[in-house]
Design a protein around this ligand. Structure first.
Ligand SMILES: C[S@@+](CC[C@H](N)C(=O)[O-])C[C@H]1O[C@@H](n2cnc3c(N)ncnc32)[C@H](O)[C@@H]1O
Length: 531
């Protein structure tokens, strides 16, 4: 793809004469002189990205790096085309989108939609729907605050539809996004959207002839396929971006996603990316098993993932979706792992990679369902519950299985994590166990999700804290290993900061990052390291 670039005539974007300079930020436009480059910057800066848009039959549009991207570089920072409440949500403030409690809210003076404070009724994102609601002739009246509210399902689609009048340029960009209209038609989700949105909007807003059902359903499809969950409010909200919506999915993506306090998305590269590589994010949860990821992508994004990770049932020999053969055999001796007989059929029969015994899909399903239910029921903030779960399900699940990893992440945080002093009081074996759990998690993340910045950041923080405590104890007992342990702690604190540097101040991760920064300074002083 990029070889074609080499054949492109290098012509100055300003005077169209032969050009010897290339824009170093995007590597896609040329100039004959520094003056012309400077002159062109005003127009060029909005499209100056280190990637270009490509497309093919299978993926539609996708983004490809036009130059080498350094580890840590921001690849794209973008404001949303539109943002609003999630489809299934209790009442939230229509200005800032924060959740509301029954007696602690007010109503927009013009239209009646709930807001948390007066200034929120003037929020720009509420204006078009406010006018539109006023036009229906009566104010909205939200009465029930503790259940998902049906009218809220209409809000995000309405915000999108009203862009055609309030912001035609954004409306055009929205129209170009994939809706999977035909594939969605007839599905359970589509039927719910038809009843809950496409039929409700005309009825509720008294606008029978404004949009037809198919038009509304197409927009709902665009929201499902392209919407990003934004975790800045409680409950989370949804935003649609223009460029970011063109990123393809991979179950081992190369970009990390974060948000600013203003709902901008930040896509950055935790590790270096080579020119010509395709840029990707994960549309589902990278920690899930292959079966769960595939199913979720099929249901919500309408495609069957064929990425490298999905094509390798061992998932880079981590066996993250595997079960243990021993759990299903009477003698319990076989140490092999079970994986599906057919790698694209995760609900079919499974087979042991070692002894080749087969287990029915139903038996596998039963264990997974039980493990999932116990996971939902347990108290993850309790170390004893976590240990009990890990001990019990290690009989059936491979050590890197989604459910065990979920509990091990909790365990890494709860061991000595009650308060800043708690780690000083835990016995040596617990401290070593915390270190072991963190190291195993990091080794797993490096293989299956090297760009999962938040998981890395949080686990690096726990590991740094445990190693600092180990170093402290070693120092007290004159153990010569102390220096290495403290250096290792410093390395993990620094990595934590690197991974969480783009997290917004609203989120806990940003506080963890700030604490890691402080701790790194203390460790440097202790080790006599100067910047
Ligand atoms: C958010 S959109 C990405 C942009 C889209 N390709 C476009 O042209 O607007 C998501 C859709 O892109 C396609 N897509 C993204 N990643 C894919 C992948 N790994 N394999 C197949 N299709 C993919 C699917 O059709 C998916 O529903």
């Amino acid at each position: 793809m990029l070889e074609e670039d080499e054949k492109i005539e290098k012509i100055c974007s300003v005077c169209k004469k032969e050009a010897g300079k290339r824009c170093s930020r995007c590597a896609t436009v040329f100039y004959c002189s520094a003056e012309h480059q400077q002159q062109h910057w005003k127009t060029h800066k909005s499209t100056c990205h280190p990637f270009k848009i490509c497309s093919n039959e299978q993926f539609g549009r996708f983004l490809v790096a036009t130059r080498d991207i350094r580890a840590g570089e921001i690849v794209l920072k973008e404001s949303p085309l539109v943002f609003g409440p999630a489809q299934i949500t209790g009442p939230v403030c229509v200005g800032c989108l924060q959740g509301l409690e029954e007696k602690k809210h007010m109503e927009c003076e013009k239209c009646g939609w709930p807001v948390c404070k007066r200034s929120c009724q003037d929020h720009s994102s509420h204006q078009a729907e406010c006018k539109f609601t006023v036009a229906r002739g009566s104010k909205v009246s939200i009465q029930h605050f503790y259940v998902p509210h049906p009218t809220y399902q209409c809000l995000m689609p309405l915000r999108c539809l009203l862009l055609s009048e309030s912001d035609p340029a954004k409306w055009d960009a929205l129209q170009r996004l994939e809706s999977h209209d035909d594939e969605r038609r007839g599905s359970e989700q589509w039927r719910n959207d038809r009843e809950g949105v496409a039929k409700l909007i005309p009825r509720f807003f008294k606008c029978e002839n404004k949009w037809d059902e198919d038009e509304i359903l197409r927009i709902v499809g665009i929201i499902h396929v392209n919407g990003h969950e934004v975790p800045l409010t409680e409950p989370s909200s949804v935003a649609i971006y223009n460029m970011a919506s063109m990123l393809e999915h991979s179950c081992r993506p190369n970009l990390a996603k974060s948000f600013t306090n203003r709902n901008e998305v930040i896509l950055w590269a935790p590790n270096a990316i080579q020119r010509g590589e395709r840029l990707s994010i994960c549309y589902t949860d990278v920690m899930w098993t292959t079966g769960n990821r595939l199913e979720h992508l099929r249901q919500t994004k309408m495609f069957s993932c064929e990425c490298e990770r999905c094509n390798d049932p061992t998932e880079y020999e981590t066996y993250s979706s595997a079960l243990r053969c021993s759990g299903f055999q009477k003698d319990g001796k076989c140490k092999g792992y079970l994986l599906p007989v057919d790698k694209s059929e995760w609900t079919g029969d499974w087979c042991c990679l070692k002894c080749h015994k087969e287990v029915t899909g139903a038996a596998v399903g039963q264990i997974l369902e039980r493990a999932r239910m116990d996971l939902d029921a347990m108290q993850k903030h309790r170390e004893d519950h976590c240990n009990k779960y890990v001990k019990h399900y290690s009989k059936w699940l491979a050590p890197n299985h989604q459910f065990l990893v979920d509990v091990k992440i909790s365990l890494s945080q709860v061991i000595g994590g009650n308060n800043p002093e708690a780690i000083k009081k835990i016995p040596y074996d617990k401290l070593m166990n915390k270190i072991k759990v963190c190291q195993e998690l990091i080794a797993l993340f490096e293989k299956i999700c090297p760009a999962e910045a938040r998981a890395f950041g949080a686990t690096r923080f726990e590991l740094h804290a445990a190693l600092a405590e180990l170093g402290r104890r070693s120092t007290e007992s004159n153990n010569p290993a102390a220096a290495v342990q403290l250096e290792d702690s410093l390395y993990n604190a620094t990595e934590c900061v690197r991974m969480l540097q783009h997290e917004p101040s609203i989120l806990m991760e940003s506080k963890i990052c700030a604490q890691a920064k402080k701790n790194a300074e203390t460790l440097k002083a202790l080790l006599g390291i100067k910047d």
